[in-house]
Design a protein around this ligand. Structure first.
Ligand code: XUL
Ligand code: CO
Length: 620
């Protein structure tokens, strides 16, 4: 058991050791960090309320330095009062035991009990403070009773202060000031953040669209219909900023640090307020992002049903999932994969999970369903029967197709390629590998691909390459919009901010005639160091604006036609009688040899790459 006392984190190490020794607390580093950020946001809200500022979050950003100092002091105060709350519990326990002892009345027995009492609490270092009180009692000092009185007073005062100053958005249940587990919420999650509007390219407002104008028509279709944007629940509402080297850096004000059902529902409400304010009608989820695991599959399914029922209610008629999916990679049971696990029980469990995830996606009106095989692959071929695993995966997909049809789910099934991470080698390596897999098992008509840009670069391709590979194979179904970092090299899932890259992406999308029923899912997360609630909005706005700029540029390039003309000219020699014969598969080697001898050495023209790049850049 760990004592939660953020005060300790603000003490220098030597004091902290002393503090921990005297009071007997032990600290868990990441819990400490989570708690400090929780108290920090609570203090922030408190600060806002005290100053009567409704737009306190953005205000805080502008005056960050001033606010930092103010909130830090409140932070310290709250931390201190929290310590007192803990002491109150100890003293209460102590009192109870003391009363029991005094009932025994015999001096000898008292000593035995006192000894046992002392022993028990000495063994448990969390009761260090009680040990102090007890010792002072033993030494016949009145300090114990005095301390008791003093701390009860402090406790009452601190509890009143915390309860009375509950922030306007009622964040986490930090104490027991009336919060429950129903996930109910009676305020805004994002106070001070307005509904995001289009203000045009000259706007300097970070909370406005500069390029994404939902209703504006581009090449005969509204921007909204081209883009079909979606927010990824897992990054936006479950992302903590934690990485393999460090603890969470984000603890949003509505989080209480638990994975309870009540918390899941509260998050769901935050999701819909976020979508509403952003003006985005779609969201994507994994089953386990939105609802906690239970002890059994039945219990887990029941949890999911409860959260999904709320999501359905909050969705209304306008919002729906772009896609749903099952998380078959976090739980240790999936360490060897789900559909490709050598363990039949895991295969069955994964099937049951996917069955349920397809059902809830269907129930919520989802338009697609995604399979990303993060653990469908191998760490070494020495212990792997690759052929058997791939066969199993195909049977798994066949069963998914059958079940989808059985329940009348019309959404598209999508495979999301990724070469590696977390597994050393993943079977859906890239678009070409996935396409080949689908062909081999006769599944091409049932599936499309969900291309993620960062996965594309991990497989050594560009996003444009993967999109074009999917498109020319009739498999481009959806895009997980993000980007990687060339210097970092792993799946950094950053928001795509590069206009050149976005233009290439949109060229493929336009050539594909759009993505519907797919769309753009922001499978992207804030950087670990971006910790303000407002950053969630800024990141999505910038991501949407970048793709919107890409769409405008790509439309310009297509309307201008120079690039298409350059490409057409490169192949014009095939616009001939022989070319037509070749393309129709009617030119055999004898005929081609005859032509080669007749024409002699061919004149090979320039590739005009720089000209192509010049034309491309002129549209940026
Ligand atoms: C992981 C990834 C997943 C899938 C859905 O790299 O992209 O979030 O999009 O499971
Ligand atoms: Co993805």
């Amino acid at each position: 058991m760990y004592a939660h006392d953020p005060l300790s984190s603000s003490l220098p190490l030597s004091f902290r050791v002393l503090y921990e020794t005297v009071l007997g607390f032990r600290f868990a580093e990441n819990e400490m960090e989570q708690l400090s950020s929780r108290y920090y946001s609570s203090a922030l809200e408190l600060h806002c309320k005290c100053n009567g500022e409704s737009a306190c979050l953005s205000q805080q950003l502008i005056n960050s330095h001033h606010s930092y100092i103010t909130t830090q002091s409140i932070h310290l105060f709250l931390s201190y009062t929290n310590t007192l709350l803990l002491l109150h519990i100890y003293i209460y326990t102590y009192n109870l035991i003391q009363i029991s002892i005094s009932l025994l009345k015999s001096t000898h027995t008292i000593q035995v009990y006192q000894f046992l009492f002392f022993l028990v609490f000495t063994l448990n270092s969390n009761f260090g403070f009680l040990r102090l009180v007890y010792l002072s009692e033993m030494m016949n000092m009145k300090a114990g009773k005095l301390l008791l009185l003093l701390f009860i007073c402090f406790t009452v005062i601190s509890k009143t202060v915390i309860c009375e100053h509950h922030p306007p958005t009622c964040p986490a249940n930090l104490d027991d000031c009336g919060s429950d587990d129903s996930g109910e919420w009676d305020g805004e999650f994002f106070p001070g953040i307005p509904k995001i509007k289009y203000e045009g390219p000259t706007s300097k407002n970070p909370l406005a669209y500069k390029w994404y104008n939902a209703k504006e028509e581009i090449l005969g279709k509204s921007m909204k219909d081209w883009m079909r944007f979606s927010v990824a629940f897992w990054h936006t509402f479950r992302g903590t900023g934690g990485d393999p080297f460090g603890a969470a850096t984000k603890m949003w004000p509505w989080e209480d640090g638990t994975n309870s059902l009540g918390m899941a529902k509260r998050r769901m409400r935050a999701n819909f307020e976020f979508l509403e304010k952003l003006g985005v009608d779609r969201w994507c989820f994994h089953d386990r992002d939105i609802a906690p695991d239970g002890l059994t599959l039945e219990e887990t399914n029941a949890n999911l049903d409860e959260v999904v029922a709320l999501a359905k209610e909050l969705q209304g008629t306008k919002i729906r999932p772009l896609w749903g999916t099952a998380q078959l990679f976090m739980h240790p049971r999936y360490m060897h994969g789900g559909a490709t696990s050598p363990e039949i029980g895991v295969y069955a469990y994964a099937a049951a999970q996917v069955k349920k995830a397809i059902e809830v996606t269907h129930y919520l009106g989802g338009e697609n369903y995604v399979f990303w095989g993060g653990r469908e692959g191998y760490q070494t071929l020495l212990n792997t029967d690759m052929e058997r695993e791939l066969d199993h995966m195909a049977r798994f997909f066949e069963a998914a197709v059958a079940y989808k049809k059985k329940i009348g789910f019309k959404g598209t099934l999508l495979i999301e390629p990724k070469p590696q991470e977390p597994t050393k080698h993943q079977y859906d390596w890239d678009a070409a590998t996935a396409a080949n897999f689908l062909r081999k098992y006769g599944l091409t008509g049932e599936f499309k691909l969900n291309i993620e840009c960062n996965h594309a670069t991990l497989s050594g391709h560009s996003c444009h390459h993967e999109l074009e590979t999917a498109r020319i194979n009739g498999l481009l179904g959806n895009i997980d919009a993000n980007t990687g970092d060339p210097q970092v090299g792993w799946d950094t899932d950053q928001f795509l901010m590069d206009v050149n890259e976005a233009t290439l992406v949109m060229l493929s999308v336009i050539r594909n005639g759009g993505l519907s029923p797919g769309g753009f899912n922001f499978d992207a997360k804030l950087r670990r160091e971006s910790t303000d609630v407002e950053d969630l909005f800024i990141a999505h706005i910038a991501g949407m604006d970048t793709l919107a700029r890409g769409l405008r540029n790509a439309a310009k390039l297509i309307q201008d036609g120079s690039l298409d003309e350059l490409v057409r000219k490169r192949y014009q020699s095939f616009d001939s009688e022989l070319g037509a014969q070749i393309e129709a598969g009617k030119a055999d080697f004898e005929l081609l040899e005859k032509k080669a001898m007749e024409w002699g050495e061919p004149l090979v023209p320039s590739g005009k790459q720089e000209l192509a790049e010049m034309i491309f850049q002129s549209a940026m």
